[in-house]
Design a protein around this ligand. Structure first.
Ligand SMILES: Cc1cc2nc3c(=O)[nH]c(=O)nc-3n(C[C@H](O)[C@H](O)[C@H](O)COP(=O)(O)OP(=O)(O)OC[C@H]3O[C@@H](n4cnc5c(N)ncnc54)[C@H](O)[C@@H]3O)c2cc1C
Length: 411
């Protein structure tokens, strides 16, 4: 096996948003970092590609909101460093029945975290959004200021560029097959399928939907991270209404705590189209996907028809894009040391369960802290520990279920 020569402080495996943010954070601290990616950089076969991801402060779990606030600040910091925009701000709007457990937890979390918010009845919602959202009389809306859209491919490219500018070495088409501890030299060997070997003092694994496969091969650990194939759907806005769904017209990012959980972003990437999707997907092998779109049945078309009073053509999405979730049983992330023979020298960050993109910058900061200092400040990591699955295979037990449990669709 060929040794590539260079030695690194940290080798990061996987160049989605998490790996790219981590590489940037490490390079920013003046250390030598190598970022390895199995496919082309900015490929469309993982989770961090495409045109839009929501950022929102409202979470049923109260421990995510502070992370979003820090991430939002770090998104802006990175934008000012690179000189272009990837994060487009707009308010965020949640809706559902007042007795819905997730929505109740979201409101409780706003109160606990002193997040400015307004609870609106169906009439106030209609006034707030000038008739663009129509809620059933027994539903409530939750209006918060911190929302927005992040452009994923552009954002990953931004962090890779920033990392490169600070001296990071970036290599794509390098599939990592082995991660081994070198007892003698006190470090880690990372070996690729084309026979190259790289040496690092430490290693980070941010392999997205391949996390389970890779960690099983390198350490025997079987993580409960299930890849799901999911579909991003764009719907046509009926003629004459296009301007109403733009950020400039105050249209928000939104989530409906109904069955199924439906989310969407303002019209931004494709003129005259709006993204409306369903949280979840069907289990898949990331290397053997069928690429068949997740079928969106009657509940979604009916929801679109009723919520937007016929302003959106609910006949079916006009274009779709495939993507993958990496679901944990409790919907919480996994950010921890790999342990075993690797001790604190290998950090893993995965299982972002369909809600990780917004957190990329803060996760990068946390992972860099863990791998370089052995600890992080300002974030409670107990919800993200690997050990929670040993105590209970389902992880952290939550009162609400509709958002957390991945909706496993039938193909
Ligand atoms: C349809 C959809 C909508 C979403 N909406 C939102 C949203 O609105 N808001 C939000 O915050 N989040 C959202 N998410 C979730 C978010 O996109 C993901 O949580 C995030 O992109 C995960 O990033 P990652 O870096 O962990 O994984 P990935 O982007 O998949 O990156 C992992 C990388 O590791 C590489 N890799 C794997 N194995 C190896 C190996 N052996 N060697 C080398 N490289 C390897 C892969 O090729 C890949 O490039 C959404 C996801 C989807 C699919």
């Amino acid at each position: 096996m060929e040794y590539s020569g260079d030695k690194f402080d940290v080798i990061v495996v996987g160049a989605g948003i998490m790996g790219s943010c981590t590489a940037y954070q490490i390079a920013k601290r003046g250390l030598k970092v190598l970022l390895l990616e199995q496919f082309d950089f900015l490929h469309h076969r993982g989770s961090s590609h495409g045109e839009s991801r929501t950022i929102r402060l409202t979470y049923p779990e109260d421990y995510y909101s502070d992370m979003v606030i820090e991430s939002s600040r770090l998104w802006e910091e990175a934008e000012s460093e690179i000189g272009y925009q990837v994060y487009f701000k707009t308010p965020h709007f949640d809706m559902g029945l007042p007795e819905n457990k997730s929505l109740r937890s979201v409101i409780a979390s706003c109160q606990l975290n002193s997040i400015p918010h307004r609870i609106l009845d169906h009439q106030q919602v209609s006034e707030q959004f000038a008739g663009r959202f129509k809620l059933p009389e027994n539903w409530v809306g939750l209006y918060t200021e911190l929302g927005g859209v992040i452009k994923p491919t552009k954002a990953v490219s931004m962090f890779q560029t920033l990392a490169f500018q600070r001296g990071a070495v970036l290599r794509d088409n390098k599939e990592v097959k082995e991660i081994k501890r070198d007892e003698e030299k006190a470090g880690i060997w990372v070996c690729t399928s084309n026979g190259e070997r790289f040496w690092g003092r430490k290693c980070v694994v941010t392999a997205g939907a391949w996390m389970q496969k890779l960690l099983k091969t390198v350490s025997g650990l079987v993580l409960p991270i299930q890849p799901l194939h999911t579909t991003v759907c764009y719907w046509k806005i009926n003629e004459g209404y296009e301007a109403e769904f733009l950020i400039d017209s105050g249209f928000p990012t939104f989530a409906s705590y109904s069955e199924p959980y439906i989310y969407g972003t303002p019209s931004l990437e494709f003129p005259g189209l709006i993204k409306i999707g369903v949280h979840g997907g069907y289990p898949c092998d990331p290397d053997r996907r069928t690429w068949v779109p997740t079928l969106l049945g009657n509940p979604v078309t009916q929801w679109i028809e009723e919520r937007f009073s016929g302003r959106i053509d609910s006949g079916g999405p006009v274009t779709t894009e495939s993507c993958m979730y990496s679901m944990t049983p409790d919907g919480d992330y996994v950010i921890d040391f790999l342990g075993r023979e690797f001790g604190k020298d290998v950090v893993i960050a995965g299982g972002f369960s369909g809600h990780g993109f917004k957190m990329g910058p803060v996760v990068g900061r946390i992972v860099a802290d863990l791998v370089l200092n052995g600890e992080t400040i300002g974030v409670e990591l107990k919800h993200f520990r690997l050990g929670r699955f040993e105590e209970d295979p389902k992880g952290t037990v939550k009162e609400f279920e509709d958002q957390v449990s991945c909706h496993l669709h039938n193909q």
